[in-house]
Structures are given as structure tokens and as C-alpha cells.
Design a protein around this ligand. Sequence first.
Ligand code: NAD
Length: 361
Amino acid sequence: MQVFDRIGGDDYEQVVFCHDRASGLRAVVAIHSTCLGPALGGTRFYPYASEDDALEDVLRLARGMTYKAAAAGLDLGGGKAVIIGDPVLLRSEALIRAYARFVDSLGGRYITAEDVGTTQADMDLIRRETRHVTGVSRGLGGSGDPSAATAYGVLYAMKAVSRHLWDTTSLDGRHAVVSGVGKVGYGLVRHLVEERARVTVSDVAPAAVERAVRDFGVDSIPPEKAHAVEADFYSPCALGRVLNANTIAELRCAAVVGSANNQLEDAGCAELIEQAGVLYAPDFVVNAGGVVNIAEELIGYHRERAYASVRRIFDTTSAVIGQAASLGITTAEAANRLAERRLAEVGRIQLIRTTSRRGNP
Ligand code: NAD
């Protein structure tokens, strides 16, 4: 892959390759934009098949964070990091702390947090090397793992979709298929059961399915069939790119509302979903709860205030669905326009000089 061609196309500001032979650390930090503030995004620890795959993933995810933060109304830019390797085999104190020192070296341009394969305990270790980390434990002044807030936000996106489709915010009696019952999916199932929805779960990890079935008395289905179940909601809460021409043709749900990042295999899939008569709630609007919650750490964490902000995902989702309907565009396009408008309008005020200095003092 030609790296500069790839990062220039979507205007990435900075891509940093981090290496520490002794601990086995191979990581990439991608900063897509600091237009609205420091680039915040989690660290994914994953056994990528190739370095190209890792780079592709971190670039897509970092750009997604710019849009997520912008659409959620945060004063944050977009970034993301990946550590290449199997966290079960490779994780060590030395590796995590070596990675943390690279994060520190960016001087706050990038702020990290949990993502797939990393935990609150990792963030606490990272905190020993740098201030530029969120999602640390409450004892360290943090808000803890953001997954609970993400799940709460997905619930409110579902309520917004429900009001649009069925004129009620109640999910009582609705059927939701949650694919991926890890940190976010499990929390979402809990909320849905509390809302008296009917839930079917699936996961590639049998233990995750067993836990959800045991704890909540829900049904389960093999992961390759999850998208094709006749249901009110299909909720992808595992990895991205689950919506492609093949899976979209098999959708039997009224709406797709899930936490997974980058659910569409490519931009054209948004049209296909609409043609299939399925309402797609854009991923970066739906799954902003985690970043909204941890952004509160930067001003002093207060749970009630943070969760009130997360509930605004209801309004953002409703606005996006409304805009799409009135402009005759897909919901994905409406969400992009919402984010791009804020980047342009609020990003522009950075041009207003607040001191008389120019260049070196
Ligand atoms: P997780 O690793 O805790 O859970 C993911 C689950 O998906 C695991 O149980 C895994 O076994 C399962 N899985 C993997 N491949 C699967 C497949 N093909 N079919 C079904 N299940 C599969 O991760 P998480 O933190 O719950 O995040 C889930 C998704 O939500 C990811 O895409 C993540 O990027 C996104 N997301 C998470 C947060 C957050 O706060 N954690 C915030 C925004 C977005």
C-alpha cells in the first residue's frame, strides 16, 4: 500500500507507527482531524492478518471518530490506534506501557480509550505513563469502561427509530436481534430486557452466548443467521462491514441499529438498505454514547450529566432520520452532512485569532 496516497485521499493529519522490539509492540496511531479538538478514539488490540489490514482499519476508524465526535456535538477530533497481535498471547505490562509512552509523545494531539481487545485495566496502566487517556477506573478519577454508556446510547437510538416507525418510544414487545454480546451487546441486551423487548442473541464465542442466555433468559441463533431473522431491530454489536450486498438482500428486519463501527461495507450499501425497505440508523450516530461519556472526563466526570448527554442520541438520531426524509437522501448521507456542516462551521472559528501573536513569540 502507498501510505501517503492512502492518508492523503481522506486528508489524515498524522499517522504514527510505534515499535518496541522487546515487548513485541507494533502499533499504529492515526489522527484524522484535530479541527474541533484533540483526536479522541480507542485502542484496538487485534490479530490482523496483515499490516495492510491493520492500517486500513485504523484509518477507517479514525475518520469515523471525526464524524462521530462532530455529529455528537463534542469539542473533539477523530483518531484511533491499533495494536497488532492477539491480546491474549501478547498483552504484557511492558507492551501496554511502551504503547502508552508513544501516546504521550503526541503531546495530547491524540487521547486514547478502550476499544475491542483493550480493557479498563489497560487504560489504568496507560495512565501511569500519560495523562492522555480516558476510560480509566473511577478510583483514578475516570468514568470507567465506556461500553455501558455506548449500550445506553444504542437503546436511545432504538427509541428514536421506534418513534419514527411506530409512533412510540416504548420498546415493549419489540423483537431485537443483538449480534455480538460482548461489552456493548451484553449491556444492550440488559436494557432491552428491562424495556420488555424480546431479544435474540448471537456471538461467535459460545461462552458469550451462554452468559446472555443464562443471565437474561433470551433466545440465541448462530451468528451467520443473525442478520436474516425476521425482527424489528437487527443490532450489529460485533465487528464492522457486516452490511454488504449479500447480507442486505437477506435482511428481514424493520431497522438496523447497532454499536459496531463501520457497519456498511461501502458507501453504496446505504442505498441498498433503503431499497430493501429497512431503516438504517447510522453507526457513528448510534454508537456515540461511549465517546460522549468519556469526553466528560476531560471536564471532570459527573455521571448524571454524562448520561443526560448520552440520551441526546435520541435527538440526533431523530434529526438524521428527519433530514434524510425531507431531503430525499439516505440516513447515512444525512449523518455525514450533519458532521461535515459542524466541522466546517465550528472548525472555521479556529481561524479567529485570539492573541496578537503571529509565528514565534
Ligand atoms: P467486545 O470485543 O467486547 O465484543 C464483541 C463481541 O462480538 C465478542 O463477544 C465477540 O465474540 C463477538 N463477535 C466477534 N465476531 C463476531 C461475529 N462475526 N458475529 C457475532 N459476534 C461476533 O467489543 P465491544 O466493546 O462490545 O464493541 C462491539 C462493537 O461496538 C465494535 O465494533 C466496537 O468498535 C463498537 N463500539 C464499541 C464502543 C464501546 O464503548 N465499547 C463504542 C463505540 C463502538
